[in-house]
Design a protein around this ligand. Sequence first.
Ligand code: NI
Length: 150
Amino acid sequence: MALRNVVKIGEDTLRKKTKIVEKFDKNLWQLLDDMADTMYKNAGMGLAAPQVGILKKIVVMEVNGAFFEMINPEIISQSTETNEDEEGCLSVPNRHGIVARPNQVTVKFQDRFGYDMTITGEHLFARCVCHEVDHLNGILFVDKIIKETK
Ligand code: NI
């Protein structure tokens, strides 16, 4: 395991689309382990591969003590009801703001071995999934801020 550098806002990498992961091999597992290390070291709740300079559909997150690895995540349904709460991002230091997100999402993805998984989650989980999946499409939370908080 090793730490990776976190790409910061202003760099092109964060604005690019990502590619689907097709190989579930040791290179992927190394990257996942490094991403988890990097997320925890920087006290983040989630990290998407473009944030470490890799343009692939890979996300790690920890919500309410549960750790998730999501390969090729896709939000397949979301509630129309939304809530507004504060977000930050390891790629956007010293900026926080209120963003509206769906109350509930269902996300389909693969685990590190390529097995299909589907999870439905609410509130913080839903917010985190939306934030991280946005990263895979070149979207940052600052694009969606309703109000800056600090
Ligand atoms: Ni982020």
